[in-house]
Write a new protein. Structure first.
Ligand code: MGD
Ligand code: MGD
Ligand code: SF4
Ligand code: MO
Length: 781
């Protein structure tokens, strides 16, 4: 396995000789130990700092400076009110990652052409000289818009590389930053047009009060959305909630918890939602009193001033006006693949089972017109009056309203220019002058193309963005970006396209503070379990050295060590939270929990006392029709009321004649994006395969275990197939995060879905349509 991967990567063997030399038992690297046989096992409390969806209490059992076992929280009672924060399979298998013999061990400089994968080992001092010299040169020549800190989520600690780099570059004149995320670009941009905020979720412990829970593309059993989310769903089920999963995949969440699985064609959720609204309107099931009191835009009687008649949501759904069609269940059946009767039943059930929660995952919005899905959910929740009440759910982003204060390292960027996190290839190719399309914020126009990239703990340069082949071509061109610096633990696809590769320390080799991803009312201290190995260095350490080379040492460090900064964060946090422990105590315990008597309910105040608590929208009401969107004057792609827009490379695109299968790339339980892809124990859990429906396989004479070719005009992947009735016909999925490993013909041999995805930003958020691609699949003989 290890050797195969090195062969596949076509790595220059002389440079990488040390990988083989340092390889010990079980593919782990050999290590120095004091070999004190009497040493007692120590148990050290830490957590994950990768972008895994959760944050758990992780315990490293250490002997001889070596992690010998990993366990999780087991020393508090496991109660319904405070469930243990028990880790998933990924951190539990972490030894197989931290001790992987392929771990990067030395700083390296590119030797061949960019992307060829040839590197030579250099010293840290040489590496930092190159980084500093180029920073001076590029800042002088092109200014701060040319220096970009890439979206990179490998290290999300409060003391991560990106935090330090932002602090340093801020002091050095600034850098180009981004808005939005690959996770939630569309829902974060769209949800505030309805409610004025992205904080639309209740606490999860409130789900026990729901009669009906509809999971729209939400699979927390595998795809962690806050540690314990699946557990709270199970509690809701035990309390009697009916659970329905609407998803092209019969997910593990649906198998374990749902009463019904309704398969839906990707990109078509809005057709379903439009038709559900149609059924509610014609059967008069909507909560009209709620709509009249709290909302604008549902019907003609509640429209903002100056909007021509025929533009309310009701009129849209009923198809009032010349050339418009009613959004009937029959209409939606032909688009979504969901039978008309099921749509009618679902609409009635949602309208009549109050309180009910329509909970959206992020998969449905990672699509061509993902903004519509987010807004569509908020409008259905509004029509059924499920806002601001226990057991309801406002839909949209769904972030919890409670966000406890935890301090951050101060950093200030004097440069205000921002691009969408997805637009960086455009900013490389035509950045100077970019801005007319509204994708640029903070300035009218960028003053430079991107010339310098810091990619610190991320694989979005090639693997996790879209169109891997296309972006690789852009990055290969050394006249475009002049220097790319990557820090990682492995030679990922993005590292291969870098000029300087720095060996990062590992999350179990440092101190840090982490907060939960999404849900959870706690903060964790990550204690250092073991020493850093080889020449891997902590980011604060090397970025402080870089600061010295730039003449900013004092200003940057303020004379503090990393541990001093951790203490600074704890003291500042304690200042805002009475009862918060002191630094030493917090370190020892590893966790602080905020305890609440009552679950929080989004918009409770706005509903109970609207006069004193308007919604944070321009009208103070829930905006089913948005004036702000209307005024953007792009009514077909950015409509003022949410609606189904037939997607490019959706089921209705004529391209489906040539490429008839919709290929998504769900988040699988065995990886954190591309992190862990090279971890052997995880591959045993779930080998990388394309999921394909039995009917599609039969038509193509593909059998279980065959190698298949998945392709479209952007690229080709060859990988094994898993044939299953747990994915609907016409849809395939290559779990996202497989490493991009092209062979000599450019065919990816591992299964990086982004070989097939398209670089085309969504209209409002300029977000990533990562799940929207049409492909064909053939057996490889
Ligand atoms: N194990 C694991 N957990 C993770 C992560 C991970 O990599 N691995 N990543 C974390 C991060 S950073 C994020 S952002 C989240 C991502 O969490 P999500 O975005 O919610 O995850 P996805 O798997 O992309 O999508 C969720 C579900 O949506 C379905 N889906 C796809 N397209 C459609 C559609 O058009 N309509 C409908 N109804 N369903 C659709 C998929 O089949 C999938 O079951 O997960 C977090 N948790
Ligand atoms: N097609 C498709 N593409 C997607 C998605 C999708 O659903 N479909 N999902 C998108 C989403 S939601 C997200 S959030 C992005 C995530 O994209 P990325 O932010 O690129 O996340 P990873 O792929 O996990 O890459 C993290 C890198 O950090 C490294 N790393 C881990 N720990 C450390 C550390 O302590 N220090 C350093 N320096 N490096 C470390 C890992 O080895 C890994 O190479 O991907 C997006 N891409
Ligand atoms: S959810 Fe995240 S922090 Fe928790 S065990 Fe899994 S990978 Fe680690
Ligand atoms: Mo994400």
């Amino acid at each position: 396995m290890k050797t195969d991967r090195i062969e596949l990567l076509n790595i220059d063997e002389t440079t990488f000789e040390f990988i083989e030399k340092s390889s010990g038992e079980d593919g782990f690297y050999a290590f120095d130990s004091k070999n004190d046989l009497d040493e007692e096992e120590k148990i050290i409390s830490t957590s994950g700092s990768h972008n895994c969806g959760g944050r758990c209490v992780i315990k490293a059992h250490v002997k001889h400076n070596r992690i010998v076992r990993i366990s999780t929280e087991d020393d508090i009672p496991d109660t319904e009110k405070i469930p243990q924060l028990r880790g998933c399979l990924r951190c539990r298998a972490y030894r197989n990652r931290i001790y992987d013999c392929n771990r990067l061990k030395y700083p390296m400089k590119r030797r061949g052409k960019r992307g060829e994968g040839k590197f030579e080992i250099i010293t840290w001092d040489e590496a930092l000289d190159i980084i500093a010299d180029n920073l001076r040169r590029i800042m002088n020549k092109y200014g701060p818009d040319s220096i970009y800190i890439q979206y990179a989520t490998g290290n999300e600690g409060r003391l991560s590389e990106n935090v330090w780099m932002k602090r340093l570059l801020g002091m050095y004149g600034g850098y180009l930053s981004y808005y939005g995320t690959y996770s939630t670009a569309c829902t974060q941009a769209a949800t505030p047009y309805t409610f004025g905020t992205i904080y639309t979720g209740n606490s999860r412990e409130d789900w026990v009060n729901s009669k009906l829970i509809i999971l729209l593309g939400f699979n927390p059993a595998d795809t962690i959305h806050g540690t314990n989310t699946a557990y709270y769903l199970k509690m809701a089920k035990n309390a009697g909630a009916k659970i329905i999963s609407i998803d092209p995949i019969y997910s593990n969440t649906a198998v374990a918890l749902a009463d019904e699985w309704i398969p839906i064609r990707p990109t078509t959720d809005n057709a379903l939602m439009d038709a559900m609204a149609y059924v509610m309107i014609v059967e008069n099931l909507q909560d009209q009193k709620f709509l009249d009191k709290y909302c604008i835009g549902f019907d003609e009687a509640h429209m903002p001033a100056g909007i021509p008649p025929g533009n309310s949501y009701r009129d849209y759904v009923l198809g009032k006006g010349a050339g418009k069609i009613p959004k009937t269940p029959a209409w939606a059946e032909s688009i979504t693949g969901i039978p008309e009767e099921t749509i009618v039943r679902l609409a009635r059930e949602y309208a009549l089972s109050k309180p009910a929660a329509l909970i959206q995952g992020f998969g449905p919005q990672r699509h061509a017109y993902g903004e519509q899905v987010a807004r569509g959910g908020t409008v259905l929740a509004t029509m059924t009056g499920n806002i601001g009440i226990s057991g309801g759910w406002a839909s949209g982003t769904g972030y919890p309203v409670r966000e406890e204060y935890v301090a951050s390292i101060p950093h200030y960027n004097p440069n205000k220019s921002q691009i969408s996190m997805f637009s960086w290839p455009d900013a490389i190719v035509r950045g100077k002058g970019m801005g007319a399309d509204l994708s640029v914020k903070g300035t009218k126009k960028l003053s430079s193309n991107i010339k310098y990239i810091f990619n610190l703990g991320g694989n979005c340069l090639v693997n996790q963005h879209t169109d891997s082949n296309g972006t690789a071509e852009i990055l290969k061109n050394e006249n475009l970006v002049e220097l790319i610096v990557t820090s990682d633990q492995f030679l990922t696809a993005s590292a291969r396209f870098s000029d300087i590769v720095l060996p990062a320390d590992d999350m179990m080799e440092r101190e840090d503070i982490v907060t939960p991803w999404g849900f959870g009312d706690y903060v964790l201290f990550m204690n250092k379990a073991v020493d850093t190995v080889f020449q891997c260095r902590n980011a604060y350490d090397w970025i402080s050295d870089l600061a010295k080379k730039l003449g900013l040492s004092e200003q940057f460090t303020e004379g503090k060590s990393l541990s001093d900064w951790a203490e600074y964060l704890v003291e500042k946090t304690a200042g805002e939270n009475p009862g918060f422990p002191c630094f030493q105590e917090f370190k020892k315990k590893g966790i602080y929990r905020w305890i609440y008597e009552e679950p929080c309910i989004a918009f409770k105040k706005q509903i109970e006392d609207p006069v004193h608590n308007p919604f944070p929208t321009p009208s103070g009401k829930i905006e089913i029709f948005s004036d702000r969107l209307w005024n953007m004057n792009n009514h077909r792609k950015i409509p003022a009321v949410p609606q189904y827009i037939s997607a490019w490379e959706g089921p209705e695109d004529p391209v489906s004649g040539k490429y008839p299968i919709q290929c998504i790339g769900h988040h699988s339980k065995r990886r954190v994006h591309s992190t862990f892809d090279n971890t052997g124990w995880m591959e045993e859990v779930e080998p990388q395969k394309v999921l394909m429906n039995c009917e599609d396989a039969g038509e193509r004479h593909v059998a279980e275990g065959d190698m298949v070719k998945v392709f479209n005009d952007r690229g080709t992947i060859i990988l094994p197939v898993k044939i299953t009735s747990r994915i609907m016909p016409g849809v395939a999925s290559i779990p996202q995060g497989g490493w991009w490993i092209p062979d000599e013909k450019g065919i990816d041999r591992r299964g990086c879905i982004n070989v097939l995805t398209r670089y085309k930003p969504t209209p409002l958020a300029f977000g990533n349509p990562s799940h929207t691609s049409l492909v064909e699949i053939e057996k490889v003989y």
